[in-house]
Ligand binder design. Structure first.
Ligand code: AMP
Length: 193
């Protein structure tokens, strides 16, 4: 992996370990010469990931839509800032620039970005590793919900297992490095229905 996109909260949350993990992740990416791609903000968990990478000499590419840029919360010290016309273009750009995906704790925006990437993986549109940094079990309830979807026949077990989950930065990066993508899905033809 040469670059990883990180999705995470634009808020700081209440668990200080989340911010520590964010900084540690940025530093770990820099240490492995992996570029960080993210939403360009200086605020929240997002700002901490970027700072972790920048403090350790990493390359950080921020991708931000112009309407968020107007709020002047983008990080001024980024290696590269890409301004897009809207949120859809932003997500596509982040996808094009990255070889892997990591999600840290966050809110709606974080989940929306994560689930779009998993959905695209499930459809065979990409085969990148998708990791969740489950700091202090933050995502346990979400993972339980996904297992319920498997149990009730809405989600395939193999697609559930596509998600790589770990409570530590190094453990997660190791799992992503070892990840073997599923074979591309075979589409059901109209005449087979
Ligand atoms: P959330 O998980 O709801 O905090 O949202 C994270 C998402 O919202 C990411 O896509 C962020 O890039 C985006 N976002 C929210 N506020 C800002 C901001 N002020 N600057 C940049 N991105 C933001």
């Amino acid at each position: 992996m040469k670059s990883i996109v990180v999705f995470c909260g634009s808020s700081e949350g209440t668990d200080p370990q989340v911010l520590e993990h964010a900084h540690e992740l940025g530093a770990a990416l820099a240490g492995r010469s992996i570029d960080l791609v993210y939403g360009a903000a200086i605020i929240g968990v997002m700002g901490k990931v970027a700072q972790g990478a920048l403090d350790n000499g990493g390359k950080v590419i921020g991708v931000i839509p112009d309407f968020l840029m107007l709020k002047e919360v983008y990080h001024p010290g980024l290696s590269q800032l890409i301004v897009t016309e809207n949120m859809h273009e932003r997500k596509l750009k982040m996808h094009e620039l990255s070889d892997g995906i990591i999600t840290l704790p966050g809110g709606y925006g974080t989940l929306e970005e994560l689930f779009e990437m998993i959905t695209w993986a499930q459809l065979g549109l990409h085969q990148k590793p998708i990791g969740i940094l489950n700091t202090n079990g933050f995502y346990n309830e979400l993972l339980a919900m996904l297992r319920k979807m498997v149990a009730q026949g809405f989600l395939k077990q193999e697609n559930y297992e596509m998600l790589l989950v770990d409570e530590t930065v190094t453990g997660l990066l190791e799992k992503m490095k070892e990840y073997k993508p599923l074979p591309l899905p075979k589409w059901i033809q109209k005449d087979q229905v």
